[in-house]
Write a protein that binds this ligand. Structure first.
Ligand code: 4NP
Length: 158
C-alpha cells in the first residue's frame, strides 16, 4: 500500500512541528492506521539541527500523553518536496518560506496551512510559543490536537 507522506514544518523544528508530528503519529496509531502514513517534521532554519524538541514543549506534551523524540532538522527542498505528499506549515511565515523554496507547480500544490484543518478553533496560524509562557504551549497543543483530528478525518474520508 502506498503511504500518505506528511511533513509538518515550522521555523525551528523544536516546538510546533515536532509536536504536530507526534500528536498525528499517536492519533494514527490509536486508530490502527500506522501502515497508511509516514509522518515527519522539519524546520525552515537550521539553528537547532540535531537537537531534541524544546524541553518546555516536551513537558507540556508529556502531560497529555505524547512523547516527542524527534530531533530537529532543516527542510531539504531537493528531497522533501518530491518525497512528501503534503507539506504543512504552521504559520504564514512558514508558508511564505516554503513557497520561496520551490517554483514547481506540483510542489507548491503540496503546501498547506495547519489551521486549515482546525474544526473547533478559528485561528489563522499556530502561534510561535518559543518566547511565550506556559499558556502558549498549552494553546499550541489544543490547536494541534484539533487540527490533526481534522486532517486525519479529511484523509480518511477520501
Ligand atoms: P518552532 O519555535 O518554530 O515552533 O520550533 C521556534 C524555535 C526556535 C526559534 C523560534 C521559534 N528560534 O528563534 O530559534
Amino acid at each position: 500500500m502506498k503511504k500518505t507522506k506528511i511533513l509538518f514544518v515550522c521555523l525551528g523544528n523544536i516546538c510546533r512541528s515536532p509536536a504536530a508530528q507526534t500528536i498525528m503519529q499517536q492519533l494514527v496509531e490509536a486508530k490502527g492506521l500506522q501502515e497508511k502514513y509516514e509522518i515527519d517534521s522539519a524546520g525552515t532554519i537550521n539553528s537547532h539541527a540535531g537537537e531534541l524538541a524544546d524541553e518546555r514543549m516536551r513537558n507540556h506534551a508529556h502531560k497529555r500523553g505524547y512523547t516527542i523524540t524527534h530531533r530537529s532538522r532543516q527542510i531539504d527542498p531537493s528531497r522533501d518536496f518530491d518525497h512528501f505528499d503534503m507539506i504543512i506549515g504552521m504559520d504564514d511565515r512558514n508558508i511564505a518560506t516554503l513557497q520561496r523554496l520551490t517554483s514547481e507547480k506540483k510542489h507548491v500544490a503540496k503546501i498547506k496551512k495547519m489551521t486549515s484543518y482546525n474544526k473547533i478553533f478559528k485561528e489563522t496560524s499556530i502561534p510561535d510559543p518559543y518566547y511565550g509562557g506556559y499558556d502558549g504551549f498549552e494553546y499550541v497543543l489544543d490547536l494541534l490536537e484539533d487540527a490533526t483530528k481534522g486532517l486525519l478525518t479529511e484523509l480518511e474520508a477520501v
